[in-house]
Design a protein around this ligand. Structure first.
Ligand SMILES: [Zn+2]
Length: 242
């Protein structure tokens, strides 16, 4: 293969690699956002666990208050027992006490349930805290890896660009102009001749054109259909015969 073509092929390969590195660099900020969004679920679970705990504590305060009120009521009724005059009044008073005590009993049962719920909620909150902490650690590791990757990509980009510029210095001006134009338009500036057709656009090449290509390998041949710079497949590498 003529050296001019070999150089352009190398430049094309580097341009391709640069596009990949640029795409990766561009995608990384989004990746970081994705990583951080994973925390939202764990944060929500933790907040919900905390809210359930505070709901439980507030119900407990309210039930405690009810019991206290009822107990005060019972004490007050008992205090009045010396003032009753008839059996009927006395019976009414006892009924009132019995009713209040039954209510106290119900509240105390609920209080036991609330305390059991509090234990379960405490375990749930601790688990949610732990999950959040472990996800935060994971996110920190992944974000650091992403930042490291970006730095490595930027370094690689610089290296590739320097190598490309070095190769461009060796390339023929006229070939480079055609190369740049087609690269911008089509992404690939060179196309191999494959089964007598341009591998870039698959249009068949005239036999006379192919004949010229093989007799004047140092000339610049361009696909008449897509404009890509054409090159003939390089000589197959001789394989040792058994
Ligand atoms: Zn073509």
């Amino acid at each position: 293969m003529p050296p001019q073509l070999a150089t352009l092929l190398e430049i094309q390969a580097i341009e391709q690699r640069l596009r990949e590195v640029d795409a990766e660099i561009a995608a990384l900020p989004r990746r970081v956002v994705e990583i951080e969004s994973k925390l939202a679920g764990a944060q929500k679970a933790r907040d919900q666990a905390r809210a359930a705990q505070s709901g439980n504590a507030s119900e407990r305060r309210s039930v405690d208050g009810e019991i206290e009120t009822l107990r005060a009521k019972v004490t007050k009724i008992r205090g009045h027992s010396s003032e009753v005059k008839t059996n009927q009044e006395y019976k009414a008073l006892l009924d009132e006490i019995a009713f209040a005590e039954a209510q106290i009993g119900k509240h105390e049962e609920r209080l036991l349930e609330i305390m059991e719920e509090a234990e379960a909620l405490e375990r749930r909150a601790a688990a949610a805290d732990q999950e959040l902490a472990s996800q935060q650690a994971e996110v920190a590791t992944e974000s650091a890896a992403a930042a490291q990757r970006t730095a490595a990509d930027r370094a690689l980009r610089q290296q590739l660009a320097a190598e490309r510029d070095r190769l461009r210095g060796q390339a023929d001006e006229r070939w480079l102009r055609r190369f740049d134009l087609v690269l911008r338009m089509r992404g690939q500036a060179l196309a191999m001749v494959d089964r007598e057709a341009c591998a870039g656009c698959r249009v068949r090449l005239r036999p006379q054109f192919l004949q010229e290509m093989s007799t004047a390998p140092e000339r610049l041949f361009v696909c008449e259909s897509c404009g890509r710079i054409l090159y003939l497949e390089s000589e197959p590498v001789a394989t040792p015969q058994p």
